[in-house]
Design a protein around this ligand. Structure first.
Ligand code: 3UK
Length: 538
């Protein structure tokens, strides 16, 4: 048994067996980790120790914290957790709240104390939260007062969640986290965890509904900081990071917290970060690097002139495929070339991407140094360039589901299969096609749902749409489109026919939607991903 600092061994007891885990590669010199490593000490304490305590770390509405100030808060929280709340290394701690400084301080308090941070999407309701609590056997929680009712509801449903404290409480409350912190010492030596001790669980419901927890080690956090940001993002210590995804989504945790801190830069935390608030935030706080999703870039592009007058210089897109048209729209509006990157909760962060100058419209990029990527067939054999197959990746991070039989779907032959259909072009660029379960087979033709969606989106009357394969006795499946129309358009027979003809005129006619339904909205995950599976049977 190798070294561990965990007294509660729940995480290691529930890791997938070694033979079910992917292969890991640590080829870069930056990926040679010592046996003992605490990522919170590396990302936070190291800056203070090396004399950068006075540098700006966090800005938020009416607040500026230096690295030393964040460390002070995190240390006090670590004391409250271990002394008042009885946290033991290896225990899981639920973190819930919108993106704000106390949520980040809580994350560092938990990880310094050797706990396992489990951030929950701020939109989750009591029932969904209690599922998270049960799967991860969560004993402690630190939560924003804004989510008090949901967290107390989840605690009532669960047997395991024993200790809860709230922060950002407005009324006088002796039990509030801040009141307890005021009594605690600002000094706390980070627990000497193993590089391979779990420090965070990332929940993913994927696009199919049933939640699963991915397990990430202290060394995984340091590995994602050492790979993509260094080779592709290339930000520096004076950059100011901002973004829209919740910290509970590893895209948000990396982009807004881990990556800036890994280089001594600063972050802006916005509790609400829809396109208008994000544009405001970039302007008001002088943000230079933004992380958000393609849909958000499309809306923000309307404010191109305003954005040109800000300090913004680097724009990262992930979460969904970035179409060539969205890339061009943003470039025309702002002059900035988006950096696209595909990542996943399982891999922790981005593994295929590109630098601005290597952007290829319609392609995601190439394997990030430190990672390998290939396109394989059903048997796991690499296919030739230009052929569509399944995307397979490996690197220093990889998929470990907590006690979940779906491990053998994601990891095959040592490679991580992300569930995406891709092709590699003749120059080695990876080009996104669809989720593998979004490929519609109609009368023998393979049709990628996103391609039909993009064709429909080009029609002036279409605000949003989703395309699925509907079972059909004659053709196996037929293409069915769910369409949200822009205001002022009627969803009638004539419109359906017009859209069908429009698609036939822009893509191969066999791809046109034989069925069209008009709806008011589309089902999406809290991170904005389309849930096509929810449309089946509608
Ligand atoms: C899709 C993309 C095309 C793809 C994520 C960056 O999205 C993240 O994690 P999730 O677990 O979803 C993973 C799936 O989302 N996807 C993500 N990025 C792209 N498809 N182009 C892209 N650029 O289907 C992937 O398998 O929610 C993204 C960093 C951390 C993340 N967790």
């Amino acid at each position: 048994m190798s070294y561990t600092a965990h007294i509660d061994t729940f995480a290691s007891d529930n890791l997938p067996l070694a033979e079910l885990q992917p292969e890991y590669v640590f080829e870069l010199p930056e990926l040679q980790f010592p046996e003992r490593l605490n990522c919170a000490a590396e990302l936070l304490d190291r800056h203070v120790k090396e004399g950068r305590g006075d540098r700006l770390c966090i800005q938020a509405e009416g607040l500026r914290w230096t690295y030393a100030e964040l460390q002070d808060r995190a240390n006090r929280i670590a004391h409250v957790l271990t002394r008042d709340m009885g946290l033991l290394p290896g225990n899981r701690v639920l973190l819930c709240g919108p993106n704000n400084p106390m949520l980040v301080a809580s994350w560092f308090g938990v990880v310094k104390a050797g706990g396992i941070a489990v951030a929950a999407m701020p939109l989750l309701r009591a029932k969904e939260l209690s599922a998270v609590v049960d799967i991860a056997q969560i004993s402690h929680a630190l939560c924003d007062d804004a989510l008090r009712a949901e967290v107390l509801g989840a605690q009532q449903k669960s047997q395991v969640l024993k200790s809860v404290r709230f922060f950002n409480v407005r009324a006088e409350d002796a039990d509030a986290l801040e009141a307890r912190m005021a009594q605690a010492s600002p000094h706390f030596e980070a627990v000497d965890t193993a590089a391979a001790d779990t420090c965070l669980l990332g929940f993913t419901s994927g696009t199919t509904g049933v939640p699963k927890a991915t397990m990430h080690f202290h060394r995984d956090v340091m590995a994602v900081c050492a790979c993509w940001p260094q080779s592709m993002l290339r930000a520096h210590a004076d950059d100011v990071f901002v973004g829209s995804p919740p910290i509970a989504f590893t895209f948000g945790l990396g982009g807004q917290v881990l990556f800036p801190m890994s280089i001594g830069a600063s972050m802006v935390l916005l509790e609400k970060a829809g396109p208008p608030q994000l544009v405001d935030g970039i302007e008001r706080f002088g943000a230079t690097v933004v992380f958000t999703a393609p849909t958000s870039y499309r809306v923000m592009a309307q404010q191109g002139e305003r954005i040109r007058r800000t300090r913004l210089r680097k724009c990262v897109s992930a979460g969904e495929a970035l179409t060539a048209s969205t890339r061009a729209l943003w470039k025309d509006a702002t002059g900035i070339e988006i950096i696209d990157g595909i990542g996943s909760t399982e891999m922790l962060h981005i593994f295929i991407s590109h630098r601005e100058e290597d952007a290829r419209p319609g392609a995601t990029g190439k394997a990030v140094p430190g990672y390998r990527a290939k396109v394989v067939d059903e048997q796991g054999n690499e296919v030739s360039p230009g052929t569509v197959g399944k995307l397979a990746v490996l690197g220093p991070t990889g998929c470990r589901y907590l006690a979940d039989s779906r491990q053998t779907q994601y990891v095959q032959h040592g490679w991580n299969l992300t569930g995406d259909a891709y092709l590699m072009d003749a120059d080695g660029y990876f080009v996104y096609q669809a989720r593998t379960d979004d490929t519609i087979i109609s009368a023998g033709y393979n049709i990628a749902a996103p391609e039909v969606e993009n064709a429909l989106l080009a029609h002036a009357a279409v605000a949003e749409c989703a395309v699925i394969g509907m079972p059909d006795s004659e053709r196996g499946q037929i293409v069915k489109a769910f369409v949200v129309l822009r205001a002022g358009h009627a969803g009638d027979e004539a419109m359906a026919r017009e859209l069908q003809d429009f698609v036939k005129s822009t893509v191969a006619p066999y791809k046109y939607p034989r069925a069209v339904a008009f709806v008011d909205q589309l089902p999406r995950t809290p991170t904005g991903k389309l849930q096509r599976f929810k449309l089946h049977g509608q």
